[in-house]
Design a protein around this ligand. Sequence first.
Ligand code: DP6
Length: 369
Amino acid sequence: MIEESFIPKKYSNSVENGSFTWSSPSNIALVKYWGKKEHQIPENPSISFTLNNCKTITTVGFSKKENHDSYSFEVFLDDEKKDDFKPKIETFFKRVEVYLPFLKAYHFKIETSNTFPHSSGIASSASGMSALALCLMSIEKLIIESDEAMSAEESALSNEHFIQKASFLARLGSGSACRSLEGDLVVWGKHEAISGSSDLFGVKYPNEVHSHFKNYQDTILLVDKGEKQVSSTVGHNLMHGHPFAQQRFKQANTNLTNMVTILKDGDLDAFIALVESEALTLHAMMMTSMPYFILMKPNTLEIINKIWSYRKRIGSKVSFTLDAGANVHVLYPESEATSVLEFIQNELVAYCQNGQYICDVIGLGASKL
Ligand code: DP6
């Protein structure tokens, strides 16, 4: 699929070199994206909280090169050369080249680091791909603004277009990455109740949100820090021909419709039920696909049961969600920040690998450094 509106007017690459740095956060889906069509188009719309502390910081340095036949770039993670990251970035470059025609004209040095522990099992693709897309957008903006042949009108990239195209590009790197640019809630995927929503990029949630959801807390319990058992590509493919696929995509649409009311009314009990059901449904999809997977670990279940009994005992509004792995995201309102953290430390940390957990809160998205 070629999306004409994101193909820039022909420009001359008059900028010799430069560098840009962006910081971009991870996000946690409340209604999950699981299953995609060709060209990174989601089978159903999703909504996520943008995180604040789990971030990737990426600097892209660029310098003009003679030969325009192929891509030229090097990648560093925490100052260490990472050639094993190159194939993913090369695939990304190929997908986005039609939208960023300068990619073969420069050599790029991509330097990246994460605020969360490497191999913590936390997906760095959302924060990583969104940070990279934003750096590339900053380069394009500079090239366009420096092109004397362009009129002022042609070279003025509106902020809205900048963010939208960055999200569009990030999606082509990793679907969930398109939800990391803004905050504190982002929708990706066309849905009738959310104006401006699109399959092509994430949009800031435009509807009313009750104060209960302001500064919502997310403490991530690191149950299993190992390599992902199922890569996202393999995972999404499991939904092709899955016996429950169509029902699941319909359910996600309905859940998003219901989420609109929940967010407006501040109905925390309904929020808990919807978010936990989404998490378990995601895992149920994996357990009922062919081949099948169980991505939860015994400690994941221990934690879930502890959360349920604490909620019953205290009347707390704490809940959990899961990614495609064993780690647990513990979600709770700011009003319970102290009590739930105490509960986590007293009762849940024992189930974390090396006692590790990360305290986060919902945030406002990416920023240029
Ligand atoms: C379970 O965005 O990692 O976290 O598009 O193949 O890169 P690709 O997949 P990815 O899938 C994330 C799936 C999920 C749910 C979600 O974040 O919505």
